[in-house]
Design a protein around this ligand. Structure first.
Ligand SMILES: Cc1ncc(COP(=O)(O)O)c(C=O)c1O
Length: 336
């Protein structure tokens, strides 16, 4: 237990996140009497599902004595969304020495958002995506150890990575599934379609959906240009590419082995891919027809949900609207 003041600070923070709407897609025509529902995680305070995760991670590490507010410098890596949630929580909780590593070719709106919470930014090389920022983080932590002469996590003055790559982190997604259950009047989901990046939220949600209904089929979707989840599941090794091959930031962390991710492949029934053209078509429909200005991972899963709807009948499909369009401000010729 923390002090009563700290406990109530955490409670207040946790009350700000989650309880997002479950939206039934209603304007885009869906074939064969299928229904597509989207958990609107983009409506969380910083615009993603990771707002559910960081209050829990900070709380856990603080209880374990690994971090102390106002003392411990904290750090995290990101493609934008997790870093925003992390920096937002750090500021609210009094961790003012806060650093975020983000790849140099991330959209500028993401960098600005993270900065707005007072975090310092370090750029990892462009083109390398998650592999680049993980390598840079490891280097920084090794240097810290050399400088301070202590082991990682041993001293509260040592820099600590409040990382989403933590198997316990997936537990926060039970509440998301409970929210879904309470809105759906007992109806269950036949399919969950998800974009997988670090794995923490995507496979966490998958696990609790399956605990609720073991017949829910979980389909992970990769961008066709970068089938990284496919490689991890079926080829048992990460996909190696020399430069950032896709623009679905958040999904498909190529170049990283499973040991550096938090993906539970046992809850993923199958992995499919979607082409850029299919994603762009779905994205345009989400924005212009459905009036939901969401980001590219939402279009990735929506594109596959529409494809699946051609093949099955009278099914309930769940996806996430996982972040907003403004986080991709830079290149939208196909929406003009
Ligand atoms: C918008 C968005 N969707 C999906 C994902 C994938 O989630 P996870 O990393 O939990 O697998 C991410 C990860 O950053 C994301 O930012």
């Amino acid at each position: 237990m923390l002090s009563p003041e700290r406990e109530s600070l955490y409670r207040a923070l946790m009350e700000k996140v989650g309880n997002t709407p479950l939206y039934q897609v209603s304007r885009i025509p869906i074939p064969n009497s299928n229904r597509i529902f989207a958990k609107e995680e983009w409506l969380n305070p910083t615009g993603s599902t990771f707002d559910r995760l960081y209050p829990y991670l900070f709380y856990t590490f603080e209880i374990e004595g690994k971090i102390v507010p106002g003392v411990t410098p904290v750090i995290e890596v990101t493609t934008g969304n997790a870093g925003a949630s992390f920096a937002w929580c750090a500021a609210q909780l009094g961790y003012y020495d806060c650093t975020v590593i983000i790849h140099e070719d991330a959209p500028k709106a993401r960098v600005e958002q993270i900065r707005s919470y007072g975090a310092k930014i370090i750029f990892s090389p462009s083109g390398q995506y998650a592999k680049g920022y993980v390598k840079l983080l490891e280097h920084i932590l090794i240097e810290e150890k050399k400088r301070k002469g202590k082991k990682y996590g041993q001293d509260s003055e040592m820099m600590f990575c409040v990382t989403k790559i933590n198997p316990r982190g997936t537990s926060v997604y039970k509440k998301l599934v409970d929210e879904v259950r309470s809105t759906l009047n007992g109806e269950k989901f036949d399919y969950y379609i998800t974009a997988v990046g670090s794995g923490t939220s995507s496979t966490g949600i998958a696990r609790y959906l399956k605990e609720w209904n073991k017949y829910t089929v979980v389909i992970a979707v990769d961008p066709e240009e970068c089938p990284s989840t496919y490689h991890l599941k079926y080829k048992h090794r990460p996909i190696e590419l020399v430069s950032l091959p896709h623009d679905v930031f958040g999904s498909a962390s190529f170049g990283l082995p499973l040991s550096k991710l938090n993906i539970d492949l046992s809850v993923v029934d199958t992995v499919e891919t979607v082409s850029k053209e299919e994603r762009e078509r779905a994205h345009k429909m989400l924005i212009e027809v459905e009036q939901k200005p969401v980001g590219r991972p939402s279009a990735l899963v929506m594109a596959y949900a529409l494809k699946l709807s051609q093949e099955v009948e009278n099914k309930n499909i769940i996806i996430c609207f996982s972040d907003p369009l403004w986080k991709y401000e830079d290149s939208y010729p196909y929406l003009k």
